[in-house]
Design a binder for this molecule. Sequence first.
Ligand SMILES: Cc1ncc(COP(=O)(O)O)c(C=O)c1O
Length: 387
Amino acid sequence: MIYDEAFFQSFPDRMGTHSVKWDECRAQHGADVLPMWVADMDVTSAEAVTRALVNRAKHPVYGYTVVSDADKAALIGYWQRRHGVTFGAEAIVTLPCVVTGLKACVRALTQPGDGVIIQSPVYGPFRMSVELNHRRVMDAALVRGEDGRYTMDLAAVEAFCRDGAKLMMLCNPHNPVGRAWSEEELRALLDILNRYGVPLVSDEIHADFVFKPRRHISVLALQRERVVMLCAPSKTFNVAGLQNASAVCEDEALRKALQEELEASGVESGNIFGLEAARAAYTEGDAWLDALMAHLERNFRVLREEAAEKLPRAVLTPLEATYLAWLDLRAWGFDNAELMRRTEQAGVIFTGGAFFGEAGDGFLRVNLGCPTEHVREAVARLAKALV
Ligand SMILES: Cc1ncc(COP(=O)(O)O)c(C=O)c1O
C-alpha cells in the first residue's frame, strides 16, 4: 500500500458504522451537517492494522485473552524508536482507555476532598475526573499570548502546591491549545512538583502528533519517580473504538496503588481486537503515520489560509502538536451556546470551547483529521454562521 496524498484525501464514508462523529452527530444535528468535532479521524487505517484484525477475526473463538509479552514488547519498541524513551515491561499497566487511566489515578493517588491541579482550557475529562470523584479542581489556567500561543502559569501551580495539592494532571501535548511542551517547561514544572512531593499524571495520548522541528518530550524521559504516563494507539492510529491504552509507571508505589484501584473497581483489559490492532500499529505503522503527519500539516496550512481570507478577525493558535486546531472567535462576541447554535444552522459541528472549561468560551476546536476539502467547506460554513 502506498500512503500518499491521494490515500488520505479519499474519504471513507463512515455513515452506518455507528460512528459517534458521524452517525450520532447527524442523528442529533441534521442529515447534512459536516462533523469537525470529536477527536477521531476520517482516514483509512494502516493496512497492517486491518490485516491483523481480519486475521484474528477469522479464528471464530473470541475468549478471554492475555496481554502478552509481545504486546508489551511492541509498545516498548515503539516508544524507544519514536520518542527515545525506554521503560520495562513491568512498568506497563494495560487499560481500556486513557480516560479510565485519568480517573483511576485520581482515585488511587488522592482522597475525596483533595486538590488536583489541571491547566484549563483542557480536554473536558480532566476536570470531570476530579469532580466526579469528589476531589477539588485547582485550575492553574494556561496563559494566552497575543498570538494565541499558550504557556504554563508556574506561579499558580506552585501556589496550589503550597495550598496542599495532592496530584497534578498534565496534558502533554496539550489538547486543545496544541502545545508540545518543551524540555525546559517540563523541567521547571517538575522542579516545583518535586519540591512539594506532588505526583504527576501525564496524558501523552497525542505524543505522536508533534510537528517538526519540535519533538515530543515525555515526562518519563525526565523523571521516573512520582510520574505516571498515559498513552494509547487510539488517536495515533485512529483505533479509538477498539479500546486499548496503557499507563506506564516506573514508580512501584504509584503503580501498585493504580493496580489496586483498577482491581477494586473491576476494570479489566484485554480486548482481543484492541491488542491485535495495537501490536500491528506499533510494529508496522510507521510509514502510515509519517504520511499522515504530512497530510495533517497540509490541512492546518489550508485552515490558516482559509481562515485568514474568510474570517480575518479570528485568531488561530499556532499548532505545534495534535490534529486539533484552536480558533478564537471572541471578536464576534458570541458565547458558546450561540456559536453552537449558529454553526449547527450553517451545517457544521465543531467542539465548542466550553468543553475545555470557562476559558474556552468563544472558541471552537477544529478537527483536522479529514480530507482537505472538508477543512475548506467547514471554514466556508463557519463564515456563514458568523454573519
Ligand atoms: C488528551 C486526551 N486524553 C484522552 C483522550 C481520550 O482517550 P481514550 O479514548 O483512550 O479515553 C482524548 C481524546 O480526545 C484526549 O484528547
